[in-house]
Each structure stands twice: as C-alpha cells, then as structure tokens.
Design a protein around this ligand. Structure first.
Ligand code: ATR
Length: 288
C-alpha cells in the first residue's frame, strides 16, 4: 500500500457489494508503487440502492476513476455521462474514468479474457468454442470471441437466458455461428466433440466448493479440447485438473483478472501496466 498519502494523491476505487475479498486493491496498489505513482486504490462497498449516489460521489470527491464489480456492472451504466460502444454491446461497465468532470464507462473484461487466452497459448481466431453459462461474465467472453471471429455455442442451465444472450449478440456473428442449447450431459458431449475451446464462466468450482466441476465425472474429457476457466480461486480448479489429466491445455482465470486490471490501469494512468507485479500481488490472495 502507498505509505505517503498526501494532497497530491490520486484516488481510484472499487465499487461493488461486497468488496472486502477483492484482490484488486492489492494488485493496483502494488502497480502504483512499482511505477512510483502517488495513487491509491480503495475498496468502496456500495449497496444496490446507492449506486447513483456513488457515481456522483466519485466526481464530487475528485476520484480519477474506479472499477466496478458484482453486482453493479450493469446498474452503473445509467449514471455515467458516456459509455463506450464496447461496454454498451456487452451490457456491462467494469472500469470508469473521470475526465474533466465527466464519467466514462469502459469494459476491459473482454480484452482481459482475450489477452489471457493468448498468453495461455490459445489463439481463438476462427476456432469453435463452447461457453458454459450465460451471465455477465459470459457476455464479455462471447463479445471477445466475436472479435476473434470464433464460432460459439452457449450452454446454460437456464436455456432462456442463453437464448436471450444469443439474441443480443447475433448481430456480431455471421449467421448460425452463435447458438444456444441447454446445459446437459448430451449437449456438452456433442458440442465439445467438435470444438477447440471450452470456457467456464459459471462459478462452479470456486473456493470453498473446490471439489465441484461443471464437467461431469462420468464423461471422458476430450484431450483435443483447450479449457479456460474464469474461476481463479483456487488457481487449480477441479475442471483444470480434469483437463490436465486428459492431456488437454488448461488455462486458469487469474490472467483475465490481471489483464482486465492492467487495461484499466492504463486507461487511468496512461502508463504501461507492470503486469508481472500485478500477477505477483494478486497471486498472494488466492489458493493453489
Ligand atoms: P456472472 O456475472 O459472474 O456471470 P451471473 O450473472 O450470476 O454471474 O451468471 C452466472 C452463470 O453461471 C449463469 O449462467 C448461471 O446459470 P443460470 O442462468 O441457470 O442461473 C450459471 N451457474 C451458476 N451456478 C451454476 C451451477 N451450479 N451449474 C450450472 N450453471 C451455473
């Protein structure tokens, strides 16, 4: 943490509810310190009914920006002066920049996902992907996969939610290259047989439920299938272990956290983010 908070210190914060277990304060404060920036990142717990006041408060208090996390990524959009077309398309803002008194909403999650996927050694360009889940995280992933010109099938426990996602995103895909199906053993088996990439956007496997996996125990994991699990705590989820045991490429979600943060850092500061330092700081807060 920066030790010398003074009249020149620039403030950024994390708007969410709850926020006390977030790794972002440690990650960003380490990055500020590494670059010798007199900046400070503070957790800002905001209950749902006070999101509008919180955004007005950012401006009133002279914050230069913020991150936004669960459950406010959609709700903040109504209170910002401008939302980028990317964030509009995804339907969520995870980064706010306050510039000359105006609040601008960005989404860096999708970029964080693509960067982490590439860093993990998988280039999704033109590939077939199966996305598990149809919530906010899935929307950033599907947007990213559209940018990579991948073909996508969304499998979700609640089929109507997956259908709604597909309806929203189909303008970004060539016809019939974005589909939705119910999440079931048969659809999982059939869809992954033809796919190159499986992305888990559900919270299944998240600590403390570390013995859970969205991949059924009695279904052989295909060795040709690369896996990206957005869950990063624990670092080695059960799903990643199943993939590795089958000899498949397995990429954990920590890289997405770090790279969405790095992109936000660069929007706020205009400086190149110290990604290695951010990995180190975030790693301290997770289980292996
Ligand atoms: P986020 O913003 O992190 O994506 P979310 O909007 O709550 O969170 O979405 C979570 C997703 O994980 C949803 O698609 C949810 O499925 P439903 O739409 O059926 O609720 C999915 N999910 C959560 N727990 C799950 C479980 N145990 N098995 C399968 N899917 C699950």
């Amino acid at each position: 943490m920066p030790l010398n908070i003074n009249g020149q210190t620039k403030l950024v914060g994390l708007i969410g509810y709850p926020v006390e277990h977030s790794l972002s304060p440690a990650m960003h404060n380490s990055a500020f310190t590494a670059l010798g920036l007199n900046w400070c990142y503070v957790p800002l717990p905001v209950p749902p009914e006070r999101v509008g006041e919180a955004i007005a408060g950012l401006r009133a208090l002279g914050f230069v920006g913020a991150n936004v996390t669960v459950p406010h990524k959609e709700a903040v959009m109504a209170y910002l002066d401008h939302v980028t077309p990317e964030a509009q398309a995804i339907g969520a803002v995870n980064t706010i920049v306050v510039r000359e008194g105006r609040s601008i909403g960005y989404n860096t999650d999708w970029h964080g996902f693509l960067t982490a996927l590439n860093e993990g050694g998988f280039d999704p360009h033109g590939k077939r992907a199966v996305v598990l889940g149809a919530g906010g995280a899935a929307r950033a992933v599907v947007y990213a996969l559209a940018q990579a010109e991948a073909q996508v099938t969304v499998l979700n426990r609640t089929p109507a939610r997956a259908r709604a996602l597909v309806q929203d995103f189909s303008p970004l895909f060539p016809s019939s290259s974005l589909l939705s199906l119910p999440l079931a053993l048969q659809t999982l088996e059939e869809q992954t047989a033809e796919a190159h990439l499986l992305v888990n956007t559900t919270p299944v496997g998240l600590w403390p439920e570390v013995d859970q996996s969205i991949w059924p125990e009695d279904l052989t994991f295909p060795s040709h299938l690369a896996v990206f699990d957005l869950v990063y705590n624990p670092r080695q989820t059960k799903l990643l272990q199943q993939a590795r045991a089958a000899g498949a490429k397995a990429i954990g979600g920590l890289g997405m956290l770090v790279h969405q943060g790095a992109a936000a850092f660069e929007l706020w500061t205009g400086e190149k983010a110290p990604v290695e330092m951010m990995y180190e700081a975030a790693s301290l807060g997770i289980r292996n």
